[in-house]
Design a protein. Sequence first.
Length: 383
Amino acid sequence: MKAEKTILPGSTLGMLGGGQLGGFFAEAALRLGYKVCVWDPSPNAPAKRFASISFDGGFDDKETRKQFTRLVDCVSLEWENVPASLVEILEQELRVRPGSRSLRLAQNRTLEKSFLTGQGFPVADYEVVDSKMELHNLSLPLPWIIKTATEGYDGHGQWRISDRKSIKSVLNVITGDGPWVVERIVPFMMELSVVVSISSNRNCVTYPPTENIHEDGILHISISPGRIEKSITESAQRLAREVVQSIGDPGVFCVEMFLLNNGDLIVNEIAPRPHNSGHHTIDTFSVSQYELQVRSLCDLPLVNPIRNGDSVLLNILGQEAMTLLKPHVANTVMGNDYARFYFYGKESVRPGRKMGHILFTGSDNETLLKEAIEIHGQISNQT
Ligand code: ATP
Ligand code: MG
C-alpha cells in the first residue's frame, strides 16, 4: 500500500462543522501545534472559539470553498450532515478523513442498515417504507420505532408504536418525507458505544465500551468503563473494530450498540466522527478521541488509549444550563470535588440542546454515578 504523507504540526487542519466536537478537535490540534480552520455557516459556532481562521459561508458557497481549499492542508468533519457532495469535491484536491463514503452511509439510515446487514453484522429487525401508509401492511412484529432515513439526531425524527391500534394516530404526527426505517424495539439490557480510530494502513485502536443512558432519545449519562464483563468488553471492541474496518475509511468512528440479555450485541448506528459519549477520553485516557482524530487525519502514529480512571458524564441539556448558571446553584454545584465542567459557548438555549457536560472523575464509577444523579436533580429543578 502506498505510504501516505504525514502532515506535521505547523500545518492547518480544516474542520467542517463548528459544534462542540469540532471545538474539542481544535483544542487537541492546537496542543499538538497545528492551526485549525473551521467552516460552519453559523457565525458563533462553538469551535470557532479555537480557530485561527473561520468561515461563515453556506456549505454550498463556492467562494468559501475556494478560500477554505487554499488555506487548509487536510480536512476532517464533526457533523454527519455536512453535504457529502461538498466532501466529494474537496476530496479531489485534499485529504478528507473520514471521507464521503462513510458520510453517505451515516447520512442515510437505509444505506447504513443495508451496508451492515450486507456485511453480516447483527442489527435490529427492520423494514424500509417509502410511504406512511405502508405501515398498515408491515408484517414486522411490534413494538416499533420509526426513524426518518435522513437528518435524524438526538431522537429527533423518531416515533414509537406499541400496538397496531396506534398506527393510525402515529400517522398524523410523523413529519417529513419518506423513506423511513421501521425497527423492532429491542429489549436491550444496556446501550454501549465503542470509539475506534483507524489509520490509513488499517491499524485500529479502540477504547473500552462506554455505557450510555438515554432519556427521550437524548444521551443523558455515559459511564466509563461500562459495567459489563470482560468477555462483553472484548466482543464489543471486536465488533466495533470489524464494522469500522469494513467501511475502510481512516478516521475516528463510534459504533453504538445494544447489549441483549443473552450477551449478544447488535449494532444500532455508526457515527463517522468522535462521539458525545467519548468526551471523557480527554480527562481519563492517555490520548483522547479528538487527538486520535488529529493523528489519523495527519498520519501520525495511533497509540493505544490507556485508561487512568473511571468517569461518569452528565450532559447539560437545554434549560439545565440556565439553572446551573444561577449564582446560588453554580456556587453549590461547581463546588463538587469530582466534577469538571464543560460549557460549549452556545448562545441560544433550545429544549434538549447539548449546552455542556459535567464529567465526574475518580476511581469508582458507582460513587460518581450517585454524584451525577444528585447534581442532575439540582440542575433539572427549575427553581
Ligand atoms: P443520536 O444522534 O443521539 O445517536 P439518533 O437520533 O441518531 O441518536 P438512534 O441512535 O438510532 O437515533 O436512537 C436514539 C436512541 O433511541 C437510542 O440510543 C436508543 O436509546 C433508542 N433506540 C433506537 N433504536 C432502538 C431500537 N431498535 N430498540 C430500542 N431502543 C432504540
Ligand atoms: Mg444514536
